[in-house]
Each structure stands twice: as C-alpha cells, then as structure tokens.
Design a protein around this ligand. Sequence first.
Ligand code: C2E
Ligand code: MG
Ligand code: MG
Ligand code: MG
Length: 280
Amino acid sequence: RAKELGGRRVEVFATHMHADVVRRLEIASDLQRALHENQFAVEYQPVVDLATSRVTAVEALVRWWRGSTFVPPEQFLGPAEDTGIIVPLSEWILREACREVAAWRASSWDIGLSLNLSARQILAPRFVESVSEALAESGLPASALTLEVIEEMLVEDAEETVTKLSELRALGVRLAIDDFGTGYASLAFLRQLPVDMIKIDPSFVAGLGQDETLTLLTRTIVRLGHDLGLIVVAEGIERPEQLELLREMGCTRGQGYLVARPMAARGVDSLMRTTLQNTA
Ligand code: C2E
Ligand code: MG
Ligand code: MG
Ligand code: MG
C-alpha cells in the first residue's frame, strides 16, 4: 500500500516536471518569434523629484503582448535570460528607449532615462559598445542615461561586470542599485561599484507609517544614501501617507502608482505637453 502511494506520488511529480519543461520550451520558441514579429513594447514610468513634483526621468519597462494576452516581465525574463534571447531583446529596448527619450528632450523637456540591465546583457562581448552606439545614434547625452543593476549580478563574474559598468560610468553614464536593501550584501555592493543612485525596494516603502521597523529602516537607508552623496529613489509609492513620510525624510525622488503608472510612449507625449504648458 505504501509502495503504491509512493509510486503515485513520483508519477504526479514527474507530470508536473514535464509540464514545466514543456512550458519553458514553448516560451523560448515564442520569445524568438515575438522578437521577430515586434510583439515587444517599451513602457515608461515617470520618476519625480519629491521636493518639486517635477518629472526628472522615466524608467523603461519591457512589455510583451502575446496576441491579446499580457505576459508579465517576471514570467518571461528568466526564460529570455536562460535562452540568451535577452541579449538581442535588451539591445532593442536600449535603442528604442534612447531614441524616444532623446526625442522628448529635443522638445526641450529635460528628462533622463533609467534602464534595467540583465546579467547576461552585461557579459555580452559588445555590451559597452552597444550602449555607446545607442547614445551616439540617438543623440542622448551619456549623463541622461542611468543603468539599473541588482546585487545578484555581482555574485557571478563580478570582476567583468564591475569593469564594464565602470567603463560606462567613465563615459558619463550613471549607475543605480535597484531593489536596494533586499540582497544580502547591500552595503558591500556600494564599495564594489561606483554608483550614483540607490532605489529603495518597495518592500520597505510598503510599510511606511504602518510598520515601525520598516519605517525606521527606510529612514536609515535615506540617510545612508545622502551621507554617501547618492540620489535616493523610493519605489512603489501607492499611498499619500508614504509620499508624505518620504518627503519629510528628505528622500530625493519617488516612483509608484500614486505618482504615475508605467505608460506607453503616447502617454508620455501628453504628459510632456501638459508639463511644458504648465511651466511655459
Ligand atoms: P524594477 O526594475 O524594480 O521595476 C519596478 C516594477 O514595479 C515594475 O514592474 C513596475 O511596473 C512596478 N511598479 C511601479 N510602481 C509600482 C507600485 O506603486 N506598486 C506596485 N505594486 N508595483 C509598481 P514590471 O514592469 O512588472 O517589471 C518587473 C521587473 O522586471 C523590474 O523591476 C525589472 O527588474 C524587470 N524588468 C522590467 N523591464 C525590464 C527590461 O527592459 N530589462 C530588464 N533586464 N529587466 C526588466
Ligand atoms: Mg528598475
Ligand atoms: Mg526595483
Ligand atoms: Mg525588481
């Protein structure tokens, strides 16, 4: 009886594994096709200066519409990384976003671009060249581009990653640590890489005003960032109370659904028109 049950359990497990492998293979071939058929899009989430409410930058976020179904980045970025499709995909995002932000800047809107990097993208042989080419072709100044990395990217191939990112920083590109505070080497990371900005993870921001420890930790990260001369960005602002506390703490910038949701380029166009009208 026990043996029978054990056998059944193995079978059930194997069926799940099989389904998972098949799903990943399907996603891999779908991703390849999606790239060729231009199914990807870039959305932009505004980042504001908390003291003035002015939009200082937009963060580019990749979107995949597979037919009429939206596939969230968390679902396809892993398979894209595993299959290497992340390299041509990231190259496309880089060019597209540089081109669009350069066009907004050409309409005399002074905004920057924040771009998320993937580990494999950084290790690709032509990474540094492709970033400088995208800047040259679009006319976007290096100082208007911020590259966001997460700690995990420095776990493997740390030396090569740091070298390449430092080369780009020498060209004037800014570096940011995304999801700051969630890794297990957040402070060591600051010594390894010459960064300009830290982005406080939404898990801290979520507890602002509701959880004493999280509020204290956020305040400490803001102070730490300032003491190190860094720009501090709070992510995931959803409630007015969070915005007020972050302002009171002196956090530099903020991002979140309360401020603005990620939007298509057309949405940014109208945001720009309103902004320029109001400041004219
Ligand atoms: P991230 O870089 O930390 O980006 C912030 C994520 O939080 C985005 O999710 C954004 O839509 C979401 N978000 C913004 N404000 C709020 C809020 O107030 N509440 C909540 N609950 N969420 C908010 P998204 O677009 O699903 O992206 C998830 C992650 O996927 C990103 O996290 C980033 O790590 C990765 N990613 C997105 N686009 C790209 C890309 O073009 N290249 C690479 N390599 N990774 C990307
Ligand atoms: Mg990011
Ligand atoms: Mg983040
Ligand atoms: Mg993240």
